[in-house]
Design a protein around this ligand. Sequence first.
Ligand SMILES: C[S@@+](CC[C@H](N)C(=O)[O-])C[C@H]1O[C@@H](n2cnc3c(N)ncnc32)[C@H](O)[C@@H]1O
Length: 420
Amino acid sequence: MILILSRLRSPKFPVRNLNSLRTYYNVKRKSAKEENFLPKLIHQKIRAKGPMTVAEYMKEVLTNPVAGYYMHKDMFGDSGDFVTSPEITQMFGEIIAVWFLNEWQKMGSPRPVQIVELGPGRGTLSNDILRVFSHFKALHKASLHLVEVSPTLSDVQAKQLCIETTPSPESSAVYRRGMSRHGIPVFWHKQLEDVPHSFSLIIAHEFFDALPIHKFHKTFNGYKEVLIDIDNSEEGKEPKFRYTLARHETPMSKVLLKQDETREHVEVSPDTLAISRTICERVKQSGGIALICDYGHDGSGTDTFRAFKKHQQVDPLVMPGTADLTADVDFRLIREGGVITLGPTTQKNFLLKTGLEYRFKSLAKNIEDKQQLENLTECYNFLVDDDKMGERFKFCALFPETARKILNKVSVVGFSWGNC
Ligand SMILES: C[S@@+](CC[C@H](N)C(=O)[O-])C[C@H]1O[C@@H](n2cnc3c(N)ncnc32)[C@H](O)[C@@H]1O
């Protein structure tokens, strides 16, 4: 990998503007009336049908077509909510791109090749991947497929990635298509099932932690599902919500809880299970490599459901739709898909083994400006420090069984090749 990295260009200004990058996703509402749309809708739904699951709540809050958090937001503002690694520095996307190039080459660089990104945000990671692939002339017979539910973010991605795009009917498998600045076709899909079956390099960065979870709490009478109800304890104009426990066994508690479960709090995401199974099936049937990067644990995580607004952790039940909701990913669910699975390993481990320090040094030596150098160093530390993204952020890679012979000879960079 270092050999490939050493052939990358080293521009003089490799740091993305730190000030604006830390202000991600500025939510702009059109009117005060819209501001209350989601609280009112959730209030009405609970009044009509009783308390809702955390999964239903997350789905409404994040992806409701009218007012979901992800659906109608402007790119960059002065008051965003959170920051992601590709938005901090190009070094992150470069390492991911070179890792894919390296592993794909080991498999004989099958073509045609689809680069598939789930939840591409501003399109920055895909853009960095295309830039690196283009630099190494690896885009012959390639296409980019973006799985994105947000119409507003698909606009942002289109601007960042394409010379031109054209919309398709909302109901079709491809709802937008375009031509990238690097000369390959780009397709937008609402779900992974709509992406054509072909050899794919699949990347999901901070995608799975946005998927709805069911929450369970251990009581003297066994596990009960955590639900969200109306809070009538305070008078006020705004609808208020509170957690409550389901009195009886819910359908999800029957299906999702393991017999030998012991944790106090358990969170399970059926969507994570379903989408990761789809990834595994594709990797098995059509060939490919997947890299999943997210906040997560290996089945030991407990109470991780949280909300972020302007870089602060806030109450997920207050003003739904104005803060991002997230829960750590249970990588155990991803690991059970019947393909070769490596990891989860920490971001620090992955990035240092794949040459981040080398790339950092080769960029740093071209920088004369002291402030720029400080910024680059700050970005590097942000990616690998234990108390920043280094420890809590995890990487997991999926390969088809057919790649085992090759990987036995040359193991996967960034992971340990033990009893896989
Ligand atoms: C936390 S952002 C991550 C953005 C980007 N990957 C990054 O790291 O900068 C989550 C992304 O997933 C998208 N998303 C959330 N739920 C989705 C779903 N159910 N289907 C498709 N995309 C979804 C959001 O619109 C957004 O693009």
